[in-house]
Design a protein around this ligand. Structure first.
Ligand code: NAD
Length: 285
């Protein structure tokens, strides 16, 4: 068991709001920090939406648990106030290196000695950020998936400088927070989950571009053989075509060829994936 009581989440966007809400749902006192009052107002709306989602989709310890979770979250725009009593800081600000370096320098200057520092970065290695904190032995990555109440994994990835005891405390926290912790033993771009996913996607796209099989057949063979509900092209529809395009447009020759098709055949025709009702497939709801 950890001794953590106070968790501070920096950034209350898509992932920050989910991480904060899930932590509060599991009984932690949560402080959220964001750049201004408008951002914090947006967060309030996201917490209310999450309470409705949990009510509908999550097994509740008591009927009032989703609302009680909101009661355990407080917001602030003052950095020093946000971290002053934090046992754990989870950073979920935009994926921009300079911005994250700036945030971590401020946290390092303001947080008490007990605080453990984690980043939810998707694509930056934690060793790029660790020194900025001034306490690299207390810094590591704790990476969640979008849709935290269902896809409840937390990848825990330290740097060569992370104190092993700090690493273990974060693994235990992830369990207490209702996550399945994934121990990543060394730094790896994409952690475990995205490394597997990206390789699968690359193979599926290559089969498609080389016209070895059509996308429906590729998906079906994957679904049936792996006993899994979604094939690679259904996953691309879920991710959304803009994100798919941004991910591949500067990649290998094959990926750039695919990005051009995504732009011409999908984005330019308003087919952005599941969110707009059409991508590779048509969706009725
Ligand atoms: P987002 O854009 O939805 O939210 C970012 C939050 O940071 C906003 O609340 C914004 O107000 C705040 N913020 C703080 N400082 C800011 C500044 N200087 N300028 C602009 N905004 C500032 O982002 P997100 O999707 O929640 O991603 C946050 C982090 O989580 C990123 O590192 C991302 O890689 C990671 N992540 C995202 C996902 C995902 O599916 N969205 C999944 C896993 C990890």
């Amino acid at each position: 068991m950890t001794t953590f009581k106070n968790v501070t989440v920096l950034g209350t966007g898509v992932l920050g709001s989910q991480i904060a809400y899930q932590s509060a749902f599991r009984g932690f006192q949560v402080t959220v920090w964001d750049i201004d009052d408008a951002a914090l107002e947006g967060a309030k709306e996201r917490f209310a939406q999450l309470a409705a989602v949990y009510t509908a989709e999550v097994e509740l310890p008591s009927p009032d648990a989703p609302q009680a979770a909101i009661g355990r979250i407080r917001g602030t725009t003052d950095f020093a106030d946000a971290v002053k009593d934090a046992d754990l800081v989870i950073e979920a600000v935009p994926e921009v290196l300079d911005l994250k370096l700036d945030v971590w320098a401020k946290v390092g200057a303001a947080a008490p000695a007990k605080t453990i520092f984690t980043t939810n970065t998707s694509s930056l290695l934690p060793s790029l950020l660790a020194l900025a904190t001034g306490r690299p032995d207390r810094f590591l990555a704790l990476h969640y998936a979008n849709g935290i109440w269902q896809r409840n994994i937390a990848e825990v990835m330290g740097t060569e400088q992370t104190d092993p005891d700090v690493y273990e405390q974060v693994v235990t926290f992830a369990e207490e927070q209702g996550m399945v912790p994934i121990r990543v033993k060394k730094e790896q771009p994409g952690y475990v989950v995205n490394t597997i996913l990206w390789a699968t996607m690359r193979a599926a796209i290559e089969l498609y571009l080389n016209d070895v099989a059509d996308f429906q057949t590729i998906d079906e063979s994957f679904r049936v053989s792996m006993v899994t509900p979604l094939g690679p092209f259904q996953i691309l529809d879920m991710v959304g075509m803009n994100t798919v395009y941004n991910g591949y447009v500067t990649g290998t020759e094959l990926e750039q060829r695919f990005a051009k098709i995504v732009k011409a055949e999908f984005i330019d025709k308003g087919k952005l994936g599941r969110s707009t009702g059409e991508g590779f497939y048509k969706y009725t709801n």
